[in-house]
Design a protein around this ligand. Structure first.
Ligand code: ACM
Length: 686
């Protein structure tokens, strides 16, 4: 609460301060302690940074990267704002000693930042803390009436959890290196420190293997990273204080391996790169020594390529059908007293763990791998809930939470934000057991992701997850989160993320026209269906070859417009809305009512527009209902029963997905109709 209080104070301090001072703070993740001071430090073309204390090439690059971001944020030319002597610098960064050669879990990331009108000082034990503090400084830079400035402030900060990750699945859809790099920039901006690179899937094997070249040659459609590219990405990540943990999923999710090496599989093959989505039968043969010999060679090669201490072996969702139907596997299980397929997978995991360990690495796996016979140094990543995380911690294993952080499920940021690693069953753990929960990872599974829309699936919502993992557990205020998230989203634009900048080009393609105002008005208030509904209601089964060029692929996972409208409607119904807010509600509804006419005139231009026409019609009708409800409310009349019943039916219908999209303003209009009629809508009919 202390932090929240400080921030609320701070916001009001700035709101009341002179026009020359920054208007508000949008720090995300919220630092551990923030104290506002008087005045501000001007950031102009004479701004300079000096390094005192320990220095190395990585720290110098971090300062250069910082200046580069600052130039982008302020639009200042590249020759301005230099690195100078600490004695003359406006910002002095001071660290005591080198960070680890290979970044470690729990390596000190703390920093303190003190800004006064005369200058600023950033202190940290190592360059890693400096990197975190430099991002905080960037978030403080704002235009004022006198130029750019940062407020005078004292910040002490350190993370709540040592493992704060983002997983990107490049197996289902290949994601080019430059897209990954800009997402690493986004990660660094919100202080995430682990890039979990999900590198193999049924649909693709994405790393060059010199030992087993048929893996990438036959398993990737030519879409893979060379080892040089992998090294390049790891160096890029290191410069941003990010560890890179590779995942090679086994024994399931592994069809792409078998295209080149069918002898690894438990069934006869031949195998082709999988194009469909789902869980498939092919699985490695855990009974053959040849499998372990191969994995020894492969893991040995990858252990050298990836310097991080941790090596993820997947282990999730093995359907075991090939094991059930292979007589050799069945005979092996009988001979070894393995009672079922779970025992067989445990046997496999034990063997693989020994190989991973032999190559100097510590094994990580999804929660299916959890079995008490594995050594206690492994890490369990829970995608199925806090219960399995708590179970792991109780048995002495360290764990990571990803359940609740799947950004492919298109949840609102608030829903991810409410998920805490130490909640549910994990809340009842002993302090020692809680210590074993290292943090969590947002997960970007890539069935419906292209280079064009990856960023918009990850950002800005992942910043809210980053705050959950960095900031104090009591930083939970949703309105504050959303206010800051909007600013962070715009800040990420300057850093080169494409979550906003790819939107309009996608809409122009869909419209077949430069005139996208009607399409934009529509797309601004819809969201893709949630969870796994996209598969469930697909008219045609999607595959990895399906184009990702529909409105659902451009629509944001969370509609900012719908949320703003919802806030206005809530205020209006609660009697808190002023005339301006009421006018805004009316303005929105009027625009939506009339939008269908404009959108219809585009319809003939592009086949990609056809599927949204029914939902666009719904938007128009829903907005009409909202305007009528407002009229009743304004006149102080109760809406007639028959009218309300009709509107409720319309609203129920309009809230069903169409073109796999949801009309996100319908629930707020329903509230208006309910308020006007003095009764709740009936529960929806299934
Ligand atoms: C997973 O979602 N199967 C890890």
């Amino acid at each position: 609460m202390r932090v929240i209080f400080a921030l609320v104070m701070l916001c009001s301090v700035f709101a009341a301060s002179s026009a020359a001072e920054p208007r508000r703070l949008s720090l995300m993740p919220m630092p551990a302690s923030v104290q506002a001071k008087t005045g501000q430090l001007v950031v102009d073309s004479s701004f300079s940074v000096g390094i005192s204390g320990y220095s190395d090439a990585r720290l110098q690059r971090a300062v250069e990267l910082f200046l580069d971001s600052l130039r982008r944020q302020t639009g200042m030319p590249p020759l301005d704002m230099q690195v100078t002597d600490a004695a003359q610098a406006k910002l002095v960064v001071h660290s005591e000693r080198a960070g680890k050669d290979v970044q470690e879990v729990g390596e000190d990331e703390s920093y303190s930042l003190e800004i006064s009108p005369g200058g600023a000082r950033l202190d940290a034990v190592t360059p890693l803390g400096i990197m975190r503090g430099l991002q905080t400084f960037l978030q403080l830079v704002q235009p004022t009436s006198d130029g750019f400035a940062v407020p005078a402030i004292v910040i002490q900060d350190s993370p709540r959890f040592p493992w704060r990750g983002l997983m990107i699945d490049v197996g289902r859809h290949f994601i080019p290196l430059e897209v990954l790099k800009r997402n690493l920039d986004g990660m660094a901006a919100v202080k995430l420190n682990v890039f979990h690179w999900h590198l193999s899937e049924n649909q693709g094997f994405r790393v060059e293997s010199k030992k087993f070249p048929k893996l990438h040659e036959m398993g990737s459609d030519g879409l893979y990273y060379t080892q040089d590219e992998v090294r390049d990405l790891i160096a890029y990540a290191r410069d941003r204080g990010i560890r890179v943990v590779p995942e090679f999923d086994m024994p399931g999710h592994s069809t792409a391996w078998f295209v080149g090496y069918p002898e690894l599989a438990s069934g006869p093959g031949p195998y082709r790169i999988e194009r469909k989505w789902g869980i498939f039968d092919p699985a490695m043969d855990p009974t053959k020594e040849q499998t372990y010999k191969f994995l020894d060679g492969f893991i040995g090669e990858m252990a050298k390529l990836f310097p991080d201490q941790y090596f993820h072996i997947g282990g999730d969702e093995v359907n075991r059908k090939q094991w059930d139907t292979n007589p050799n596997v069945q005979a092996f299980m009988r001979a070894h007293g393995l009672k079922g397929n779970q025992d067989l997978q445990a046997y496999f995991n034990t063997r693989v763990q020994k190989i991973v360990s032999k190559h100097g690495k510590t094994m990580v796996g999804w929660d299916e791998i959890l079995r008490p016979d594995l050594p206690k140094d492994i890490i369990v990543q829970s995608w199925r809930g806090q219960d399995s995380l708590a179970a792991a911690a109780k048995q002495g294993y360290r764990g990571l939470l990803s359940f609740g952080y799947y950004v492919d499920l298109m949840w609102p940021a608030s829903k991810h934000y409410a998920v805490d690693p130490i909640s549910g069953a994990a809340a009842n753990l002993s302090p020692e057991e809680k210590q074993r929960i290292l943090g969590g990872e947002a997960c970007m599974w890539s069935e419906y992701v292209s280079p064009e829309n990856t960023d918009s699936r990850i950002w800005p919502r992942t910043a809210a997850i980053a705050e959950r993992l960095w900031s104090a557990q009591d930083v939970t205020e949703v309105d504050s989160m959303y206010r800051r998230l909007e600013d962070v989203s715009q800040w990420l634009d300057w850093l080169g993320l494409a979550h906003n900048s790819s939107y309009e080009p996608m809409l122009r393609r869909i419209a077949g026209s430069d005139d996208i105002s009607a399409l934009r008005t529509f797309t601004d208030v819809v969201e893709p269906v949630k969870d796994y509904t996209r598969e469930e209601i697909a008219a045609v089964e999607a595959t990895s070859l399906s184009p990702l060029n529909r409105v659902i692929d451009a629509a944001r996972p969370e509609s900012v417009t719908a949320r703003h409208f919802g806030d206005l409607v809530d205020a209006l119904i609660a009697g808190r809305a002023d005339a301006d807010a009421k006018q805004q509600v009316r303005g929105f509804l009027t625009r939506w009512r009339d939008n269908q006419t404009d959108l219809q005139s585009l319809e003939a231009q592009s086949f990609l527009l056809k599927e949204i026409v029914p939902l666009s019609r719904d938007l128009s009708e829903v907005a009409t209902a909202g305007l009528q409800a407002l009229d009743y409310i304004d006149r102080g009349e109760r809406a007639p029963e028959g009218w309300a019943t009709q509107q409720f039916a319309l609203l129920e219908q309009a809230q069903k997905p169409k073109a796999q999209l949801l009309l996100m303003v319908a629930p707020s209009v329903q509230k208006l109709v309910e308020a006007s009629a003095g009764r709740k809508a009936p529960a929806p009919q299934e």
